[in-house]
Design a binder for this molecule. Structure first.
Ligand code: CP
Length: 309
């Protein structure tokens, strides 16, 4: 396999997505048994994690995955300590770091930055989030979480709630789920609707969706409730953020009529849209979801580097 990057979830076919699910499951089983088969798979390799934008889960779960596979990590989590702060361009930064590693995992504030980096780099690039655009590794762990909890990816009703306009996680997840027989319900303030290009994709594929502005009272027939944060950092106008920031707060009492198998996912961090009383609910899955991030990212890295167990 030549150099292959993961910039958008559309870079992977449905078959590749399903293959990642299988590899992630193999890693989960291996780690449960002590991780003997995983350890050493990437011995001697170096992977760079370049985070131009803050992160807890994505960076640390990638670094955990890299360490569990026996590779070394180099990188930065704060550009203030790099030559970017002296004015070095993204082109030059990526050209240079390509010489130091076998793969680059990069998060950037600008939409399209990861695609550009993949065109400059001599090694595979994984987009760890580019502005409001895409977050494909999150999507693969989300799909893995959905498959693990529901036993299937087809025939599910998925509700997405919150910032559907700027939310890169919901954009990537919608595209991935459009390979399957999914019905969508979008819940957002009118200012933060799912962008038209994503709704058009569903129309083209003949997939059903509906749009709501209210959450309470609409949860009874949902299989996956995908909550998201209203993202302060994406708003140009602070007043607009203030107007919508507390629109949705999920409380345990709102879940009383839900399907027994319904699971709540959230890419995290949360900032109030899921009340603490939901954490003890059997529907809450967001903290188990982060664990799946390690398995999914181990699978992505090995798949792109064409390393087999
Ligand atoms: N889900 C996610 O991208 O979280 P971080 O911003 O903490 O990486």
């Amino acid at each position: 396999m030549g150099k292959k990057s993961l910039i958008s979830i559309t870079d992977f076919t449905k078959d590749e997505i399903l293959r990642i699910m299988e590899i992630a499951a193999e890693f989960e089983r291996d780690l449960a048994g002590g991780g003997v088969a995983s350890r050493g798979l990437l011995q001697g390799r170096v992977i760079s994690t370049l985070f131009f934008e803050p992160s807890t889960r994505t960076r640390l779960s990638f670094e955990s995955a890299i360490n569990r596979l026996g590779a070394r990590v180099i990188g930065f989590s704060d550009v203030a300590n790099t030559s970017v702060s002296k004015g070095e361009t993204l082109h030059d930064t990526i050209s240079v770091i390509s010489n130091y590693c076998d793969m680059i995992v990069m998060r950037h504030t600008l939409e399209g930055a990861a695609r550009y980096a993949s065109e400059v780099a001599r090694v595979p690039v994984v987009n760890a989030g580019d502005g409001a655009n895409q977050h494909p590794s999150q999507t693969l762990l989300d799909l893995y979480s959905i498959k693990k909890t529901q036993g299937r990816l087809d025939g599910l009703k998925v509700m997405m709630v919150g910032d559907l306009k700027y939310g890169r996680t919901v954009h990537s997840l919608l595209e991935a789920l459009s390979h399957f027989d999914t019905e969508f319900v979008f819940v957002s303030p009118s200012e933060l609707r799912m962008p038209v290009e994503y709704r058009t994709l569903l129309d083209k594929k003949g997939l059903k969706y509906s749009e709501l502005t209210e959450l309470d009272g609409h949860l009874d027939d949902i299989d996956i409730l995908y909550m998201t944060r209203i993202q302060k950092e994406r708003f140009n106008d602070p007043m607009e953020y203030e107007r919508v920031k507390n629109t949705y707060v999920l409380h345990a009492a709102m879940l009383s009529g839900s399907r027994e198998t319904m699971k709540i996912l959230h890419p995290l961090p949360r900032v109030g849209e899921i009340a603490a009383d939901v954490d003890d609910s059997p529907h809450a899955y967001y903290f188990s979801q982060v664990e799946n991030g390690v398995y999914a990212r181990m699978a992505i890295i090995c798949y792109l580097l064409d390393v087999k167990k």
